[in-house]
Design a protein around this ligand. Sequence first.
Ligand SMILES: [Fe+2]
Length: 294
Amino acid sequence: MEVAAVVDAVVAGADKMVEEFDSDAFVEVPLVGLGFRAPFADWILDKPDAIECVELTAEHFFDGGEPQLEALRELYPLSVHGLGLSLGTPGKLDTNTLDHFKRVANLANAKWISEHIAFTKTDDVDLGHLNPVPLTKNSLQTLIDHSREVLDACQRPLLLENITSYLRVPEEIPETDFINQLCQEAGVGLLLDVTNLFINSRNHQFDPVEWLHRVEPSIIRQLHIVGYSFQAGVWHDRHSEPIQEELFELAADVVSYAPVESIIIERDGAFPSCDQLEIELKRLEDTCESARTH
Ligand SMILES: [Fe+2]
């Protein structure tokens, strides 16, 4: 197929995906919010002005938590983020995990759901963390099939997230083409983790803005962001640092390029005070406003 035809097909597929989102969800400035974590629970449930939306980790609610979930649903637009569906593992999805995931998405009345472009288990081993898939036709098809299965089961828009990788994964298809094709053919969007993109660009020495501009903009619907860690010459995604300046700049680049609807701070360690987080949220809001108005 000619390059122009491929681009047209990607754009047409992305438009189809966009139509599957609630058009009312389009916002002039993306909503800024937090990943729900126990140390911030009381603050989030107090509904401070700085928090405009909340992302729930599905697995945190697999064994209960309904009252908290129902309270949150009354306060915020919610999205539900999964860690363990392992969409990149060939073969059948784990129906038990998918049932639990769907239950949380329904209880939250999630505006959308999300998972990773990754695998967390093989047929017989649960690795317990996200691993990169080889960028091959086979793994692309596995992710497309599993994404469609999740869409069918949950009946909500699905976003897939880019992860970090210390290894350079085998590559039949360039990563950005892989993402564009995945989103087009599965009818899903991209949850762009700005920090993961930045970390990969440093560890593997490429330009994150050039990478961004090879992604079809209409598929980028949500961002994750948190400070990176740097140790012994390697960048890490430990989710335990304040957001650094380069990350605010990259987030602004994405917000001015794509119809991002929300940005979630994903803090999982070295938890700051709520006051500190409030400053970070406000800074993000200002960053988004100025990216969309300039
Ligand atoms: Fe993330």
